[in-house]
Design a protein. Structure first.
Lengths: 707, 236
C-alpha cells in the first residue's frame, strides 16, 4: 500500500445568521419570562445544504429557535422535523445581564464544555443515532434592551485531529463519479431530501455498488455497508459553496469516523444543491488522510470554533432600534401619515417647515391644549407652553391634555402637566413648559413686585425671540397686549384666538411697522409725518391689523368686543376645539404662503377654486358663531393709533424698553395719552369675573383682572 | 360570494378582489412562476392565522419568496458596519489552540438577502408587496441601502407616479416593520390594465391573471422581472 500524502485539509468556517425575529422573541422572553435569570438556555439552530453557487448557507437562528413564551411550556424550544430547509441542530445560549458580564465570560471554558458534549456523544454512540449532535453550537450574548442592540458571539466547536487531517484530492462529484453513478446518486439524494423522515438528517452514508447504483443510508447502518465491492462515501450537508474547501460540519464528522470506526482514509461527499435539487457539479468528493496516534481517542481532543468577525476574534453587534424602539416606531408612523398626505393630496406640503417651526403657546387652557394637539398632528415638534395656573377640577373636561390625576393635591401646574401629557401622546415631541404670569396694562404693581414683573417681561421677550410663531390663547384681553407688542416688534407670526359664549375670533396679526430686513430704525419712523408710513409695513403694503387694531378699525360695535373676554370662561364647549383647529390651520397656511406674514388677507367667496395656493385662501380674520353655525372671513387693516402695534407705541418701546412697559402697566392712561385712545382704559379697568372658583390662589392669576 | 360574482359580471369592475379570490389568484400565480421562472426561487404559500372575529378562511395566508441574493462586489461594501471593539472581549492567541485547519478568507463579498411577501389587504382589497433586506449575518438593511439595490428606473417610477411609493409599516402577520409598496392606487391601475380586454367579464379570467398583471407592474419597482411567457393569456 503506497503511502499517500496530501496538503493540509482546510475547512471553511461555519457562518452565523440571526434573523431579526430571533432577537424580537428573545427580548420578549427576557422581559416577560426570564427576567434577570441568566442560566443557559437551550436553543435550536437551522442550516441546510448550500443551494447557490456563489453564496454559502449559514447556521441560522429564527424566532422559533427559542422556546415559546406561554407560561405552561418549559423553557425548551419545540423541535421542527422533516423540513428540508431547516435541519435542526442543538445549541445553547448564555445571555448576560450586563456588558461587563458579557466580557467576563470564560470563553475557552464554555467552548470546551460544548466540545465535551460533542465528544461524549461520539464516544457513547449517541451521535450515530442523532447525527445533528455533531453540529452543536454555542452562543453568548448581551441583550441591551434599553438601546435595542444585541452583542453576540457564536462558537461552532470543532474537535481537532492531532496531527490535522490531510487532503489528498478534492474535486466536483461529477468528475469523481461516472455518469451513471452521478445520476443514480442525484436521484437517491433527491429522494432522501424529499422524504420527511430523512430530509433534515445532515450526515449519511453513500454506498455505490458495482452496477453504479447509489444508496443512501443512515450512519447507524454502518455495519450493513461493509462490502468490499461497494464504494463508500461519507456524505454530509455542506453549507459552504467554495469549490476548493469543504464546510465546517466535516470536522466533527471526521472525528467521529476516526474515533468510532478507526478509518485512516476517508472518502467524503460535500453535498450541495442548486435550486432545490442535488447538484453533482457543485457537490465535491474528496479524500482525507487521518494520521492520529493510537491514544488520540482516549482523551478529549482540543477544540476550536469561535466565529471570526471580519477576520478578527471579536464579538458581533446588531442594532434593532429602528424596528423595536417604540418611540422610533411612533415617529416613523407619524411621518408616514404626513408623507401620505403629501403624496396623495398635497404635493407642496412643506414637512420640514412644519417639523422645524418653533411655536410658543401663551395659555395652556381650553385653547392651549387643543392647539398643542393640533400642532402635533401637523408634524410640529417644538412647542412651548406658558401658563401660571394650576389644573383645576373642572379643567379636564374641556382642556384636553389634563386628566383627574393632574388635579389632585391642589393641582399640578398647567404648563408642566401639559408638557408631560404631550410627551405621553408622542414621545418625540420637544415640549417645554414655563410657569409664568404675563404682565398686563392697567394692573399696577407695587415697588416690591416691580422687579419680578420686569423679570417676567424680559422673560416673555426672550421667549418670543426664541420662537417663530406665537399663539395668544389667554382668556383676558389685557394679557394679550404685551405679547402683541413684542411680536409686532420682532415680526413674529402671531395668531390670536378669542372666545365669547357662542362666538369666536381667530386671526393672524399683520406684520409689524418695522422690518429688520430693511434696517428701518425708530428715528426714521417717528420723524416721518406721513400717515401712509404709519400703516404700511416695510414692503409698502397696508399692514393687516392686530387684535387691538380691531377696536378702532372694525365696523362692529366695541361693546361686543369687550364682553368677548369677560365671558370667555363660560363658553359653549364646541367653540374651543373649533377655534383652536382654525388657529392651527391658519398657521399652516401662513407657513405655506410665499409671502408668509406679509400675505394679504383673503376673503372666502362662493366661487370655488379661485385661490392660487394649494391649501386654499389665507384669511386675516375668521369670526364664527355657533348660534348660527356660521363662519365668515374678514379683513381689517392696522390702525395708526393701535395701542399695541402702531409705530408710535413701538418706537416708544424701542426707545425706553422696560421703562415703557412698566409705565403702561402702572398708569392706565399712559397708553391712551400716547396714542390718543380712551377705549383701552375703559376695558382695562372693567371688572372681569373669575368663574373658576377651584383655583383660588390669589393675585397674579391670568384668569381675573382686579381693579 | 355568489352574489358578488354575478354583480361583477354586470357592473364595471373596480380593480379589487376578494380574499378568497386572492387565494385562487395566488395559486395560479405561483404555478405559472414555477413553470416560466425556474431559475429563481419559487413563491410559496404560507398559511397564517390572524386573530380575526370572522376568520373562517382556511386559505388565509400570503405568498412568500425568500432568499433572493444580491451579491455586492467588495468595492461597494460599507465600512460603516464595522464595529470598533476594544480587545477586552477577544480571545488572545495563546488561549485558543493554535491551528491552521481553519480556512481564513481574505475578502468576502457582501451579500444582500431579500425576502418578498405578497399579502392581501382587506381594507384596500388588493394585494400588497412587502419586502425586507438583510446582510448575511441578519442585520437589517436601512432603506438608504435598499434604494441602492433597486433598479434605476425604479426611482423614476416612484417619483413620477403618484400611485407607487415605498413606506415602512408593520407586517400584518409578522408584527415587525417591513417595507411595502403602498396599495392606495392599486385598484385604479389594475382597472386600467384590464381595460379593453374582451374577456373582462369572465370572473375566472380576472382572478387567474390578476396577480400576474399586478406583478408585471409592481415587480418593476423592486427589480423583479416577470418572464413574457407568464403574461400571455391562456385561452382554455
Amino acid at each position: 500500500m503506497s503511502k499517500k500524502e496530501g496538503a493540509l485539509l482546510q475547512f471553511a468556517p461555519m457562518q452565523s445568521s440571526v434573523d431579526e425575529g430571533f432577537w424580537h422573541r428573545f427580548s420578549s422572553l427576557k422581559l416577560n419570562k426570564l427576567g434577570i435569570d441568566d442560566s443557559p438556555l437551550p436553543i435550536i439552530g437551522f442550516y441546510a445544504p448550500c443551494s447557490h453557487s456563489q453564496v454559502s448557507n449559514h447556521l441560522t437562528l429564527l424566532a422559533e429557535s427559542l422556546p415559546s413564551e406561554s407560561s405552561d411550556s418549559s423553557l425548551v424550544p419545540e423541535p421542527s422535523s422533516g423540513n428540508r430547509n431547516k435541519c435542526s441542530v442543538p445549541g445553547i445560549l448564555y445571555n448576560t445581564n450586563t456588558m461587563e458580564g458579557f466580557h467576563a465570560l470564560d470563553k475557552m471554558k464554555l467552548l470546551k464544555e460544548e466540545a465535551a458534549k460533542i465528544w461524549n456523544d461520539i464516544v457513547t454512540g449517541k451521535a450515530v443515532e442523532d447525527c445533528s449532535m455533531l453540529s452543536r453550537f454555542l452562543l453568548i450574548s448581551f441583550a441591551d434592551l434599553k438601546k435595542w442592540s444585541f452583542h453576540y458571539w457564536f462558537a461552532f466547536p470543532a474537535l481537532m485531529l492531532d496531527p490535522p487531517a490531510a487532503l489528498v484530492n478534492l474535486r466536483p462529484a461529477s468528475q469523481w463519479l461516472s455518469a451513471a453513478e452521478a445520476e443514480s446518486l442525484s436521484t437517491a439524494c433527491n429522494e432522501w431530501r424529499n422524504s420527511k423522515s430523512t430530509a433534515d438528517v445532515p450526515f449519511f452514508l453513500v454506498t455505490i455498488d458495482p452496477q453504479s447504483r447509489a444508496t443512501i443510508r443512515l450512519l447507524k447502518d454502518w455495519d450493513a455497508c461493509q462490502s468490499d465491492a461497494h464504494k463508500i462515501l461519507f456524505g454530509f450537508y455542506d453549507p459552504c459553496h467554495l469549490p476548493n474547501n469543504p464546510g465546517w460540519p466535516l470536522r466533527n464528522f471526521l472525528a467521529l469516523i476516526s474515533a468510532k470506526w478507526n478509518l485512516k482514509s476517508v472518502q467524503f461527499l460535500c453535498y450541495r444543491e442548486n435550486r432545490g435539487f442535488a447538484d453533482m457539479g457543485l457537490s465535491l468528493v474528496g479524500e482525507a488522510l487521518i494520521t492520529v496516534s493510537e491514544g488520540w481517542k482516549d482523551t478529549m481532543p482540543n477544540a476550536v470554533g469561535w466565529e471570526l468577525n471580519k477576520g478578527r476574534k471579536v464579538p458581533r453587534c446588531i442594532s434593532l432600534a429602528q424596528s423595536m424602539d417604540p418611540t422610533r416606531l411612533a415617529v416613523s408612523a407619524a411621518d408616514l401619515n404626513l408623507k401620505l398626505m403629501r403624496w396623495r393630496a398635497l404635493p407642496s406640503l412643506n414637512l420640514s417647515a412644519l417639523s422645524s417651526v418653533k411655536c410658543l403657546l401663551l395659555g395652556a387652557g381650553t385653547l392651549g391644549c387643543q392647539v398643542a394637539r393640533m400642532l402635533m398632528a401637523w408634524g410640529v415638534r417644538k412647542i412651548t407652553l406658558v401658563d401660571n395656573g394650576k389644573v383645576a377640577m373642572s379643567n379636564p373636561l374641556r382642556q384636553s391634555l389634563y386628566t383627574l390625576d393632574d388635579c389632585l393635591n391642589g393641582g399640578s401646574f398647567k404648563a408642566t402637566a401639559a408638557v408631560e401629557s404631550l410627551k405621553r401622546i408622542f414621545p418625540a415631541v420637544e415640549a417645554e413648559g414655563v410657569v409664568m404670569a404675563i404682565p398686563m396694562p392697567g394692573h399696577p404693581v407695587n415697588s416690591q413686585e416691580q422687579e419680578s414683573v420686569l423679570d417676567d417681561c424680559r422673560r416673555l421677550s426672550d421667549l418670543i425671540d426664541a420662537h417663530d410663531s406665537v399663539f395668544l390663547l389667554t382668556d383676558t384681553r389685557e394679557s394679550r397686549w404685551l405679547p402683541t407688542l413684542l411680536c409686532a416688534n420682532t415680526n413674529k407670526i402671531t395668531i390670536t384666538a378669542a372666545l365669547g359664549f357662542d362666538s369666536f375670533l381667530v386671526m393672524r396679526h399683520g406684520a409689524g411697522p418695522f422690518s429688520h430686513a430693511h434696517g428701518f430704525n425708530a428715528e426714521t419712523a417717528i420723524s416721518s409725518s406721513s400717515d401712509v408710513h404709519k400703516i404700511k409695513d416695510a414692503k409698502g403694503k397696508h399692514r393687516l391689523g392686530c387684535y387691538f387694531c380691531n377696536d378702532v378699525v372694525a365696523p362692529t360695535d366695541s361693546t361686543s368686543n369687550r364682553t368677548l373676554d369677560q365671558q370667555c370662561t363660560v363658553t359653549r364647549p364646541g367653540l374651543a376645539p373649533i377655534a383652536s383647529a382654525l388657529a392651527v390651520e391658519l398657521l399652516v397656511s401662513i407657513l405655506h404662503h410665499p409671502e408668509g406674514i406679509f400675505a394679504e388677507g383673503d376673503i372666502s367667496s362662493n366661487v370655488i377654486g379661485t385661490s392660487e395656493q394649494p391649501l386654499g385662501i389665507l384669511p386675516h380674520q375668521i369670526r364664527g358663531s355657533l348660534a348660527q353655525f356660521s363662519q365668515m372671513t374678514l379683513v381689517g387693516y392696522s390702525s395708526s393709533s393701535c395701542t399695541a402695534c402702531c409705530d408710535t407705541v413701538l418706537s416708544e418701546y424701542r426707545n425706553k424698553g422696560m421703562e415703557f412697559i412698566l409705565q403702561a402697566i402702572n398708569h392706565p392712561t399712559y397708553l391712551e395719552d400716547l396714542t390718543g385712545l380712551t377705549e383701552l382704559m375703559k376695558s382695562a379697568t372693567a371688572f372681569s369675573l373669575d368663574w373658576d372658583k377651584d383655583d383660588d390662589d390669589g393675585g397674579g392669576d391670568e384668569d381675573c383682572v382686579e381693579i | 360570494m355568489d352574489q358578488k360574482e354575478s354583480v361583477r359580471d354586470i357592473t364595471p369592475w373596480d380593480g379589487t378582489l376578494s380574499s378568497s379570490d386572492f387565494f385562487s389568484a395566488a395559486c395560479a400565480f405561483s404555478e405559472k412562476w414555477k413553470r416560466f421562472n425556474a431559475s429563481v426561487p419559487p413563491w410559496l404559500w404560507v398559511p397564517s392565522r390572524k386573530h380575526h372575529l370572522l376568520s373562517s378562511h382556511k386559505e388565509e395566508g400570503y405568498l412568500s419568496l425568500e432568499g433572493m441574493c444580491l451579491i455586492k462586489s467588495s468595492e461597494e461594501q460599507e465600512s460603516c458596519r464595522s464595529q470598533t471593539w476594544k480587545e477586552e472581549s477577544s480571545i488572545s492567541q495563546e488561549e485558543e489552540a493554535v491551528e491552521n485547519a481553519t480556512l481564513v478568507q481574505s475578502s468576502c463579498d457582501e451579500v444582500n438577502h431579500y425576502d418578498f411577501h405578497i399579502v392581501y389587504s382587506p381594507s384596500y382589497r388588493v394585494p400588497v408587496l412587502y419586502f425586507r433586506s438583510y446582510h448575511s449575518d441578519g442585520q437589517p438593511l436601512p432603506f438608504g441601502e435598499i434604494e441602492k439595490d433597486l433598479p434605476d428606473h425604479s426611482a423614476k417610477i416612484r417619483s413620477e407616479s403618484k400611485w407607487t411609493f415605498i413606506t415602512q409599516e408593520e407586517h400584518p402577520y409578522l408584527n415587525r416593520p417591513w417595507y411595502k409598496l403602498h396599495p392606495c392606487g392599486t385598484s385604479e391601475w389594475m382597472k386600467l390594465l384590464f381595460l379593453g380586454d374582451t374577456a373582462l367579464n369572465k370572473n375566472g379570467f380576472v382572478i387567474e391573471h390578476y396577480l400576474v398583471s399586478w406583478f408585471s407592474v409592481i415587480g418593476q419597482v423592486v427589480g423583479l422581472k416577470i418572464p413574457l411567457g407568464m403574461l400571455e393569456t391562456v385561452s382554455c
